[in-house]
Design a protein around this ligand. Sequence first.
Ligand code: CO
Length: 284
Amino acid sequence: MSLTTRSRTIARLQRGQETRDGDGVKLTRIIGTPMLPALDPFLMLDEFGSDEPTDYVGGFPDHPHRGFETVSYMLAGRMRHGDNHGHSGVLGPGSVQWMSAGRGIVHSEMPEQEEGLMWGFQLWVNLPASDKMKPARYQEFAPESLPVITAGEGVQVKIIAGELQGVRGPIEGVATQPVYWDVTLAPGARFTAPLPATHQGFIYVFGGDLVAGPEDARKPVGRSWLGVLGEGEELELVAGTEGARLILVAGVPLNEPVARYGPFVMNTQEEIQQAFVDYREGRF
Ligand code: CO
């Protein structure tokens, strides 16, 4: 038996696709495309980022969700959300909303600004069959509630979910035991990120560039590239000369059948049909 810790490789590199969603919001879809339809338990990853108001003012008017979780993480700008259960609020820069749609919500996500930069991510995380029909649940945190730790020289990690060096992010009670870190690396900084072997995940670089993977299998990962992680217990990152900024996201795969139609993600086609009926009849 080997006592060495297995270092994760970058098993695959993928760029996103430019698209529009909601009422014409310009975004880059990175997971949830024909090239990368899903990465269990993750169903979608969008990056939206523009200082051109026509790219975002339309927002995401009322739409339903059932059977999974939407995670919004704002880097810049302000987004107002509201749902048919009376929950509402504004997400500002650096804040996160982990929304478990469960059996159903109808919500809107609209820009709370008419100009300036709007930048962030939306991630869709699948729910296990046993959680898909639970009541909707929100976990929402302002930036001051998200711990930032120094994990080595020139390495800053903002912990949204998961644990690093004994510090836990505030997101709790999610079946897929997610890790969601916003990592800032100074030029040339090295970070060996511990990640449970049970987890499947990715990095997405949104500033600068880096190389990732074990010493003998390093792969360059540039701005706007997603790296799918191979198996192992840790991931080595070395920032380039400009430094790097990335999200590192991982979770326990569900290994369940996925029946997906637009905003509904269930296990069977029958459940999708039922979702349409329930939505039409106002049961969300
Ligand atoms: Co939504």
